[in-house]
Design a protein around this ligand. Structure first.
Ligand code: IPM
Ligand code: MN
Length: 364
């Protein structure tokens, strides 16, 4: 039997409790997929800084290096605890970004998906989304402002100033454009390329390269859309979108908007695909305010397992089974308190109860 090794980084806040449910799903899918998973837990994030003096310990790096894929929970601590960590050593800067860089995970897939029967989660009126919401946002993840040179100082006039740079090369844009077109080709053959070329020179190059790549995909319809207009259109007409491709910062912001139109970031799993290795994580933060209460929904983590099976190992059937199982649980009216919609009837379960129901649905 094939065994895959998976580095499991529980992270901070609600990370450990939603990871526990993802682990149950790994165990339940093994006999179904006919493979086994060697899960190797390792510390990562804000708590790792307190316990080991660094957000991304050397042992964790080794475990990730050796693993076939990485499942990562959300990271970050509450304001008080965060303040004790020097800015340069905070888990986002010293853990997450180095992880993205280390594995060159340039393609971040963020599905913004809500089937029609789950539309009650969305703050949008049902009439606006009769067929639900089904968008794949693709975010470039290792370039742009996040990784550009930074400088902070005091200028000649004695004023504090800061400078951050937004840099992209032709090759960086080209490879993410290909990812966008290929994804569109697998879906409804419509690609929106998001830009701000009326202001940013980086977007002028972005559009040029995307147009060049488009000639290789005559079967895909390409639309250019300005990022601010895209924000409005996502709320007013989410059904106008199929696949969207964008640079790092735009993708950070618009994908949270994606979570907003679904009704919660808790419904946003993601895949960070690299040249050799990929890691999988919820798109949301660690929600320290609700940590340990058993009210966080594990869907984003369970969906990340489904993406991991599909994208790292080509186990598409197993992945589909997990999506179907999780949606069946929502479809049967179960929710956790974090997702409860005021004024709506629901069967309330806790984090572990939700995971158990997904496992039961998987086995049925
Ligand atoms: C995300 C998160 C991260 C980002 C933070 C935690 C650094 O918001 O994955 O979207 O900005 O990329
Ligand atoms: Mn974000």
């Amino acid at each position: 039997m094939k065994t895959y090794s998976i580095a499991v980084l529980e992270g901070d806040g609600i990370g450990p409790e939603i990871t526990r449910e993802a682990v149950k799903v790994f165990r339940a899918i093994e006999p179904i997929a006919g493979v086994s998973f060697d899960l190797r837990f390792a510390p990562f994030g804000g708590q790792a800084w307190f316990d080991h003096g660094t957000a991304f310990p050397e042992d964790t790096k080794r475990i990730c290096d050796e693993a076939d894929a990485i499942l990562k929970g959300p990271i970050g601590l509450g304001t008080e605890a965060s303040r004790q960590i020097p800015v340069d050593e905070q888990p986002e800067r010293a853990g997450l970004l180095p992880m993205r860089k280390r594995y060159n995970t340039y393609a971040n897939f963020r599905p913004v998906y809500l089937p029609p029967e789950l539309c009650h989660f969305s703050p949008l009126r049902k009439e606006r989304i009769p067929d639900g919401i089904d968008i794949m946002m693709i975010r470039e993840l290792v370039g742009g402002l996040y990784f550009g040179e930074k400088e902070r100082g005091v200028n000649g006039a004695g004023e504090r100033y800061v400078k951050e740079t937004l840099e992209y090369t032709d090759a960086q844009i080209r490879r993410i454009a290909h990812v966008g077109f290929q994804e569109a080709r697998r879906r409804r053959k419509l690609l929106h390329s998001v830009h701000k070329s009326n202001v940013l020179l980086s977007s002028v190059l972005w559009n040029e390269v995307v147009e060049e790549v488009a000639t290789e995909y005559p079967d895909v319809r390409l639309e250019h859309i300005i990022v601010d207009a895209a924000a409005t259109a996502l709320v007013l007409r989410p059904q106008a979108f199929d696949v969207m491709v964008m640079e790092n910062m735009f993708g950070d912001i618009l994908s949270d908007l994606g979570g907003g139109i679904l009704g919660s970031l808790g419904l946003m799993p993601s895949a960070c695909v690299g040249t050799e290795k990929s890691y999988y994580e919820p798109s949301h933060g660690s929600a320290p305010d609700i940590a340990g209460k058993g009210i966080a929904n594990p869907y984003s983590m369970i969906g990340s397992v489904a993406l991991l099976l599909e994208k790292s190992f080509g186990l598409d059937d197993a992945g589909r089974r997990i999506w179907d199982a999780a949606r069946a649980v929502f479809g049967a009216g179960y929710v956790t308190a974090d997702l409860a919609v005021p004024g709506q009837q629901a069967k309330m379960v806790d984090t572990a109860g939700f995971g158990d129901l997904v496992v039961a649905a998987l086995k049925s």
